[in-house]
Design a protein around this ligand. Structure first.
Ligand code: AR6
Length: 348
């Protein structure tokens, strides 16, 4: 997935680069800066001493030393005053310059903390908005795996303009006896294509094998399949990938525009493109529905091609539906919301 948000400790990230929310001296401090220096070892401080500090919005690079990443990109976020002192521009520059530096060093993956949202007092919802905006803008024209690492749930705050309406939409639509598609279940849904198909019949958490009858248990039909079945099989409707490519053409989009807006990486897209019978996972289908700005009806149609449906007994489905019916096709904003409700994200 080109852009994902996860809860983790950034010092454990095995990405090509991680970003440090440093101060102007670059000589270490508290928060994520302290954690990175502790984990990288004293060689990091020695390297930082040679860099001559860093101004807010700029970014400088060192090796990762004892960390599992190759590089550490040090950037200095703005100290929040009241929002009228250019804080948003400086914060945006932190993300832009860090991403540029990573690209210049041929990084294929990078992880960011939520810069300025700790000791520097930047309101977390606004810090998140800027982060998502700058990262998604960069990804429209670049190939990189970008991860936003959120340390704890308290540091992830969705802006109220999204949180409140989504919450009431869920309350209005959520079927009480639900079977929520939580991260665990979607992980199950995301397994290989056969598992995808079996998952549609299996209750969440039950292995596909458990619902696939063994040949011995399968009822034997009295007659062998006849010509009418053969005929039906020769008249199959268009499948998911054919529909996807048709919709891309109808929208006048390029393939790259489509997979980038779907938060899907190029390799997966090529795989789907080259196989007429590709069986995608449900989050992948929905990612393309969002990228193509499909109506709810068209989305249901595309889901059916892959054997899925939207249901009001799943919080995940209701959140996606909320975005579609409100014409909000920003996948990154949708993923922010899914993350806030502890649901799996859309994309590869
Ligand atoms: N992994 C991921 N995120 C973390 C981690 C971690 N290990 N530790 C903290 N965070 P902050 P700032 C989150 O204060 O606001 C330092 O002293 C944290 O929850 O680290 O840019 C520097 O030297 C918060 O959401 O950075 C500067 O003086 C986010 O990282 C000053 O703090 C940023 O919090 C910079 O302040």
């Amino acid at each position: 997935m080109p852009f994902q948000i996860i809860r983790s400790d950034i010092t454990t990230m095995k990405t090509d680069a991680i970003v440090n929310a440093a101060n102007e001296t670059l000589l270490g401090g508290g928060g994520v800066d302290g954690a990175i220096h502790r984990a990288a070892g004293p060689e990091l401080l020695a390297a930082c001493r040679t860099l001559g500090g860093c101004r807010p919005g700029e970014a400088k690079l060192t090796s990762g030393f004892r960390l599992p990443c190759r590089y550490i990109i040090h950037t200095v976020g703005p100290i929040w005053q009241d929002g009228a002192h250019g804080e948003a521009e400086t914060l945006a520059a932190c993300y832009r310059n860090s991403l540029e530096l990573a690209r210049a060093h041929r990084c294929r993956s990078i992880a960011f903390p939520l810069i300025s949202s700790g000791a520097y007092g930047y309101p977390k919802d606004l810090a998140l908005q800027t982060a998502v905006h700058e990262i998604s803008r960069f990804l429209l024209t670049n190939e990189m795996q970008v991860t936003l690492v959120v340390f704890d749930s308290a540091s992830f705050q969705l802006s109220r303009h999204l949180l409140d309406p989504v919450r009431s939409f869920i309350d209005e639509n959520y079927v009480r006896a639900h079977t929520d598609v939580s991260r665990r279940e979607v992980r199950f849904l995301r397994n290989e294509c056969f598992a995808d198909m079996a998952a549609m019949q299996a209750p969440p958490g039950i292995a596909p094998e458990a619902v696939r009858p063994s040949s011995a248990a399968r009822p034997q039909s009295a007659e062998k399949p006849g010509a009418d079945l053969k005929e039906k099989l020769s008249q199959l409707d268009e499948g998911f990938s054919v529909m996807l490519l048709r919709k891309i053409d109808e929208r006048g989009m390029t393939d790259a525009e489509c997979y980038k807006r779907a938060n899907i990486d190029r390799k997966l897209f090529s795989k789907i493109r080259s196989s007429k019978t590709y069986r995608p996972s449900k989050p992948t289908v929905l990612a393309f529905a969002i990228a193509l700005e499909l109506s709810l009806e068209e989305t249901q149609d595309m889901l059916r091609k892959a054997g899925f449906a939207l249901s009001h007994s799943s919080k995940f489905d209701i959140i996606v539906e909320y975005f579609i019916v409100h014409g909000n096709y920003n996948i990154f904003e949708l993923n922010e919301t899914l993350f806030a409700f502890d649901q799996c994200l859309l994309g590869a």
